[in-house]
Design a protein around this ligand. Structure first.
Ligand code: NAD
Length: 313
């Protein structure tokens, strides 16, 4: 096995996944890339814009890349502000990765998808992978297309492309950038800093969530699972628990009883209203042993403890 390339490696997931992969496979095997000019910390880093197919080819060739974790993307909220950029990065960028992977006969590709592939006409509760899929955001449209392309390349060209649909991810190491579920992280950060919080969603907006350590385990477990055990390609549902801004607020008040939240829904309410309340992840459990350990209580406890250290409060 050669080098593992991570695209979009300086984002919310990439920052933690790269640490995880380095500790598992060694720093000389992991090459982190992103569109940003430079990275901090002691990692092998190269600048890569995934819309540049020739640069992808060059990096693969020069670094003996055999596997790619393709995380580069524009997320849901930014996606609605700049749908054309989102199309270019999420769809054309992903097609570039598949194309280069095929040309160089790479070993394995991992690409995360999202509950954003569902839409307002999808049933809301315990949603399975195969259901009504009519996303109405550019993010959702590009992510379902990326999933389907991955399945196409797997079946047509015998490539090994794997992926899962993440719910909202909660983490403390690196702030989320521009997703619709970011309020969860933001709300806890405000509480720990002793600040009031203004939430951009209505208090009863229910969505599935998961804590980052469970998300990282899911990525590695799916990546390492024997292909013969897998019944799906790029769309395994994963998740852990479902929350509303109000239920998260209640949980945080166990630590900060005076913490106040004001609700002022903005354009992100429409995006959230199109997403499911909960997902059925029984295929991930059955095929590769997905088993999340953090419920809401444990997530908030761990977030508060780590954010207090981070902000020295
Ligand atoms: N964080 C979540 O809650 C969540 C939920 C579901 C799915 N996902 C998926 O996980 C993946 C990673 O998400 P994230 O939360 O780390 O996002 P993020 O926005 O934090 O990170 C994405 C990274 O991609 C980089 N990027 C943007 N345009 C690029 C380009 N043209 N070329 C190369 N890099 C570029 C950005 O600089 C950023 O560092 C995405 O595919 C996203 O759809 C994330």
């Amino acid at each position: 096995m050669g080098t593992i390339l991570i695209t979009g490696g300086l984002g919310q997931i990439g920052t933690e996944l790269s640490e995880h992969l380095i500790s598992k496979y060694g720093s000389n095997r992991v090459l982190v890339s992103d569109i940003k000019n430079e990275a901090s910390g002691n990692i092998r880093y190269t600048k890569l814009d995934v819309s540049d197919l020739n640069k992808i080819r060059k990096i693969i060739e020069e670094n003996d890349v055999t596997d790619i974790f393709h995380l580069a993307a524009i997320l849901s909220a930014t996606g609605e502000k700049d749908p054309f950029l989102t199309f270019n990065v999420n769809l054309l960028g992903t097609q570039n990765i598949y194309k280069a992977a095929k040309e160089f006969n790479l070993n394995k590709l991992f690409i995360p998808s999202t509950i954003g592939v569902y839409g307002p006409t999808t049933p809301k509760d315990m949603v399975p992978e195969d259901t009504v899929i009519r996303p109405v955001t550019m993010y959702g449209i590009t992510k379902i297309s990326g999933e389907m392309l991955g399945e196409y390349y797997s079946k047509k060209f015998g490539m090994d492309v794997r992926g899962l649909r993440f719910p909202g991810l909660i983490s403390y190491k690196f702030p989320p950038t521009a997703g619709t579920t970011d309020y969860a992280v933001d709300m806890i950060i405000h509480a720990v800093r002793g600040e009031d919080y203004q939430c951009y969603l209505k208090q009863d907006t229910e969505m599935p969530m998961m804590y980052m350590p469970d998300a990282l385990d899911a990525v590695i477990d799916l990546y390492e699972a024997p292909r013969n055990n897998l019944t799906r390609f790029t769309d395994y549902n994963v998740g852990s628990y479902s929350i509303t801004p109000a239920s998260l607020h209640e949980e945080i008040k166990k630590y900060y009883p005076d913490f106040r939240v004001e609700y002022k829904p903005d354009y992100r309410q429409d995006i959230a209203d199109g997403w499911p309340h909960s997902v059925n992840f029984s295929n991930a459990q059955k095929d590769w042993g997905f088993n999340p350990k953090y419920d809401l209580q444990l997530t908030v406890k761990d977030m508060v403890s780590n954010l207090k250290k981070k902000f020295k409060v």
